[in-house]
Design a protein around this ligand. Structure first.
Ligand code: 0X9
Ligand code: ZN
Length: 261
């Protein structure tokens, strides 16, 4: 079980409060607001939101209800799970567009949602987000020189190539397969490869498909380590292993594409 799936002593909770604040100096502050009857400190963990609005949550008013402080820790910890950008929707209620659903390729059709409150929100229209525009504009300007598009994500150890928005085969499918196979030879870990729609899920508005349709015939989404043990919370001790592996893969693709073009 993870740290958050266990109950903790008061000492451990105090440590966790301090660590959380230290690790997030810009967003989290600890405020001492008093002390208990037995003179133990009472802390507020103040988590900064993008606007000036605030809410209060207290946990543990009743001592035997252990799940209550466990929830407060769980809640704070889940800020780490943010996926989207930070744009505020028109209704002002929810934050964030999934940038990998915001590209102008079959936008808003599959594996995405128009609801700004959802994780896979594609935004109000294609390229509505400044981050998407910046990438798309740059690649449009330089599409004649850029031969290879790579976008790095995590996790699940996959090498994904077009298409994701349709089950149709890419025109140079065999070439993409052999490129992926060549990368695979260098990995000690297992990597799955193939077109996104088939090996992952059908999904429109992704940057890889968009770049491919722009004319960049070698377009890959790398899903780095791991396969779910730590998932998005890959510990620092795994950074070098994951990055060296990806480095080798990027070099391998680059060499192959150079040979071809
Ligand atoms: O769903 C995604 O955006 C990517 N997986 S992730 O877990 N990193 O979120 C996969 C993207 C594959 N390519 C497209 N869907 N176009
Ligand atoms: Zn991702």
């Amino acid at each position: 079980s993870t740290f958050y799936e266990r109950y903790h002593t008061l000492e451990e909770i105090y440590d966790w409060i301090n660590r959380t604040a230290q690790d997030n100096p810009r967003t989290v502050k600890v405020i001492l607001i008093g002390s208990s009857y037995e003179k133990r400190p009472l802390y507020v963990l103040k988590v900064k939101l993008p606007n000036r609005k605030a809410m209060w949550i207290d946990c543990g008013i009743h001592a035997r209800e252990w799940i209550s402080p466990a929830f407060c820790m769980w809640f704070v910890h889940h800020r780490r799970w943010w996926r989207k950008n930070r744009s505020i929707s028109k209704s002002g209620f929810c934050v964030g567009v999934d940038l990998n659903r915001n590209f102008d390729v079959d936008w808003g059709i599959k594996g995405s949602s128009q609801n700004p409150c959802e994780e896979i929100n594609c935004g109000p229209f294609p390229e509505s987000e400044p981050e998407t525009q910046a990438v798309a504009n740059f690649l449009r300007r330089h599409k004649d020189t850029v031969q290879l598009y790579i976008t790095i994500h995590s996790y699940s150890q996959m090498l994904i190539f077009p298409y994701s928005y349709t089950f149709d085969q890419a025109e140079n499918h065999n070439d993409l397969v052999s490129t992926a196979q060549r990368i695979k030879r260098y990995y000690r870990n297992t990597y799955t490869y193939g077109p996104g729609a088939a090996i992952l899920y059908p999904c429109s508005g992704g940057s890889d498909d968009w770049a491919y349709k722009l004319g960049i015939k070698y377009s890959f989404t790398f899903e780095l380590q791991d396969r779910g043990e730590y998932g998005f919370l890959l510990p620092p001790s795994h950074i070098s292993g994951a990055c060296n592996e990806a480095l080798l893969a990027v070099k391998t693709v680059a060499v192959k594409v150079l040979e071809k073009t």
